[in-house]
Design a protein around this ligand. Structure first.
Ligand code: SF4
Ligand code: SF4
Ligand code: SF4
Length: 155
């Protein structure tokens, strides 16, 4: 599990859970907060702490806003993001076989290529906002973009 990788993995029980894995599962389900793990607040775990904040997308209970930026100077309009995004695949059947989705876009469609550039259409349907559990950690578009044009962030 991705969240577990960034915990101290000492099973110290200071969070009240028997293991770091148990804490990771509760973290995934929103039953505990990152700050409930005292060792993570130590300077040596600062990088892990920040990574977990990004993965969970919240800070001290205050929801941060998801941003998916497409760098148009880098994008060459290949359309890979359109076909690999699981939300597009679900609501735009042609993308399952690597084809362009129907036009005009279905309301859930997240990406389209227009005039040779990728456009983000409906971020509110992104798995990072809508899904539960591990699907909420989706990073497929950023991972598969061959031009590194997509950046997922929380601001
Ligand atoms: S306090 Fe942190 S390091 Fe200790 S068991 Fe809980 S999650 Fe693991
Ligand atoms: S995968 Fe990357 S390069 Fe291709 S259309 Fe999407 S953003 Fe542009
Ligand atoms: S993070 Fe996942 S669901 Fe959201 S736009 Fe990217 S591929 Fe689609």
């Amino acid at each position: 599990m991705e969240l577990y990788k960034f915990l101290p993995k000492t099973n110290c029980k200071k969070c009240g859970k028997p293991t770091c894995m148990a804490f990771a599962l509760d973290l995934l389900q929103g039953k505990v907060k990152i700050d409930d793990c005292p060792p993570l607040l130590e300077p040596k775990y600062k990088k892990n702490y920040n990574t977990l904040k990004e993965l969970i997308g919240s800070e001290e209970g205050k929801e941060k806003e998801l941003r998916i930026d497409v760098e148009t100077d880098l994008c060459d309009g290949c359309g890979i993001c359109v076909t690999v995004c699981p939300v597009n695949a679900r609501y735009c059947p042609p993308t399952l076989s690597g084809k362009a989705p129907d036009y005009p876009p279905e309301k859930h469609q997240l990406f389209q290529v227009k005039a040779g550039k990728c456009e983000l259409l409906a971020i509110k349907y992104c798995r990072r906002i809508e899904a539960q559990g591990r699907e909420r950690e989706c990073r497929v578009c950023e991972t598969y973009c061959p031009r590194d044009a997509i950046k997922i962030d929380y601001v």
